[in-house]
Design a protein around this ligand. Structure first.
Ligand code: KG4
Ligand code: ZN
Length: 354
């Protein structure tokens, strides 16, 4: 059994291949970050056009990397949303054409399910933790933190998700990206904030929105607090004369911001996992690449924590192939009528910080 997964929901064109055991045979990612960096965020029309250019070469490279032929593919899994409409249309239509020309099944995958199942893909020495084998026997808490979403989802059975809470405003990754822009750092902001915050002295803490009594999150107040502090310290808006800003001031704000996001995500996820009697916690999505978030969750959680390697955290085709394998096994095999589910929230990072 070989499933090819195609991901084009945002600014990565990626194709992965998994076998029937969920082992990753290939995971090729063509990222557009350098193209969008000059605009300070994703420009949807530019993203769709780049997917058109990249999709076939990336697919061919994945077939070569997996050491298979086109005829070995048993199903094509495609992200159909949520994401940028134009980007999704490229990948979904390519997938439909590929599956129909090969005479194999087309399996639709929700991007968020894909992120969760990135944690179930086996790659190199990276295997599963014992609690991950308990799907269906005991619930598993999944924190999905990306540029477009921040969700606490309970995995109750394979392919059976219950949304417990989500952000009421900005996604965690979106907040990282916008705060980075206020601090004069490049896009994508998450890795930049992590980099400059490393080794920074403790700064005055920034607020935490606990959203008490719910599993929801909110990051827009924190973002405003960053903006106000940056204004007060004279680093935002950038000076017209191009005067350089003190890197230690930027580092201090970046660290206080990151500490606040990590504290809220970790505390609420652990509390929800204990309350729901979970077997363990899974941390996925692009923001799961954040070092302090990974370390703090593992350190503080009394339950076991599984976090996929970086290449399975940010958008990638292998996670879509893995989620496609689950859908295929659940009998979802011929999604020929599938349409895209656009999400207006993604791709707005080039707009002014609000
Ligand atoms: O899952 P993903 O690749 O794409 C979406 O589905 O949105 O997530 C991208 C997000 C961006 O907002 C980026 O800033 C964030 O993940 N990110 C990070 C780190 N690496 C990527 N955030 C914090 N720390 C990181 N090291
Ligand atoms: Zn994503």
């Amino acid at each position: 059994m070989k499933i090819l997964g195609i991901e084009t929901s945002c600014d990565e064109t990626s194709v992965g291949v998994v076998d029937g055991e969920g082992s990753v045979l290939a995971n090729v990612i063509a990222t557009q970050v350098d193209i969008h960096a000059r605009y300070g965020g994703i420009v949807p029309e530019v993203a769709s056009r780049q997917h058109v250019l990249d999709i076939l070469p990336v697919c061919e490279k994945a077939i070569t990397e997996a050491g298979i032929d086109w005829g070995d593919i048993d199903a094509v899994a495609a992200t159909h949303g949520p994401g940028l409409a134009g980007s999704l249309i490229v990948g979904l239509n390519f997938s439909k054409a590929l599956a129909s020309s090969l005479g194999v099944s087309l399996v639709g995958v929700n991007h968020m399910d894909g992120h969760v199942y990135g944690a179930w893909a086996r790659m190199g020495d990276h295997g599963l933790m014992p609690f991950q084998e308990l799907v269906g026997e005991q619930p598993i808490m999944c924190l999905v933190v990306s540029g477009g979403h921040t969700e606490l989802v309970l995995l109750e059975g394979h392919g059976v998700f219950r949304l417990l809470g989500e952000t009421r405003d900005d996604a965690a990754g979106e907040a990282f990206d916008k705060v980075a822009r206020v601090l004069g750092l490049r896009y994508p902001g998450g890795p930049e904030i992590q980099r400059v915050a490393e080794g920074a002295p403790d700064a005055e803490p920034l607020p935490r929105a606990w959203m008490q009594g719910t599993d929801n999150f909110s990051f827009s107040g924190l973002k405003t607090a960053v903006l106000n502090r940056a204004r007060k310290l004279g680093i935002y808006p950038p000076s017209a004369s191009g005067e350089p800003v003190d890197p230690s001031v930027v580092a201090g704000i970046a660290k206080a911001f990151q500490d606040s996001v990590v504290d809220v995500l970790v505390t609420k996820t652990i509390a929800a996992a204990i309350r729901e009697n979970c077997a363990g916690i899974v941390l996925v999505g692009g923001v799961a690449a954040n070092g302090p978030l990974r370390e703090t969750l593992v350190e503080k959680s009394p339950l076991p924590v599984a976090i996929p390697p970086f290449k399975l955290c940010t958008d990638n085709g292998a996670m879509i192939a893995m989620s496609g394998l689950i859908n295929y096994r659940n009998g979802r095999r011929d999604d020929w009528d599938l349409d895209v589910i656009p999400s207006l929230r993604i791709g707005t990072t080039s707009l002014p910080v609000t």
